[in-house]
Design a binder for this molecule. Structure first.
Ligand SMILES: [Ca+2]
Ligand SMILES: [Ca+2]
Ligand SMILES: [Ca+2]
Length: 164
């Protein structure tokens, strides 16, 4: 695997990852354009990665009860299976999650344990247990944030400057 431009590459990767998340969040959360009538310019505080991961968690908590169940998790993956053939390809994955294709490929690689290039619906319960680290059948917000950080660090490491 050949890489060009080490530090800028890493920065670009991080940027892409965050941009992907923002797009994700934007697509899920933003209401149709309503202009507020405030006269003062709102002060925007930058979101930390953790904030973004927490927003993603609540986006995926479909019934808003504060935990993600396997059934919610499967529902999300079924939505990603755009052609309904029982497996989620990289293209379907990146389309659904609004990641850039570059970042999607790295995250997909992380999730596709057997590296056969396809994530089948049968693999989804296994993915669920990766997030449900205490195996109690629920993904809590903290479990989701922790696993997403692991994923994020994997993506950074895998395409970081030290990798030849
Ligand atoms: Ca829920
Ligand atoms: Ca499919
Ligand atoms: Ca749990």
């Amino acid at each position: 695997m050949s890489l060009t431009g080490s530090t800028s590459n890493r920065m670009w990767t991080t940027l892409c990852f965050v941009a992907g998340l923002l797009l994700c969040v934007g697509a899920a959360k933003l209401p149709s354009t309503t202009t507020t009538t405030t006269t003062t310019k709102p002060t925007l505080t930058p979101l930390s990665l953790e904030d973004l991961f927490r927003i993603m968690f609540h986006r995926d908590d479909l019934n808003n009860d504060g935990v993600q169940t396997l059934s919610e998790f499967e529902q999300l993956w079924r939505q990603a299976d755009l052609n309904g053939d029982g497996s989620i390809t990289l293209t379907e994955y990146s389309t659904t999650l609004h990641f850039t294709r570059f970042v999607s490929r790295e995250v997909y690689k992380y999730l596709d344990h057997d590296h056969n290039g396809v994530i089948s619906m049968q693999e989804v319960p296994r993915l669920f247990t990766e997030f449900d680290t205490n195996y109690d059948g629920w993904i809590t917000e903290q479990e989701f944030v922790d696993e997403t950080f692991r994923m994020y660090n994997f993506v950074k490491k895998d395409i970081g400057p030290d990798k030849k």
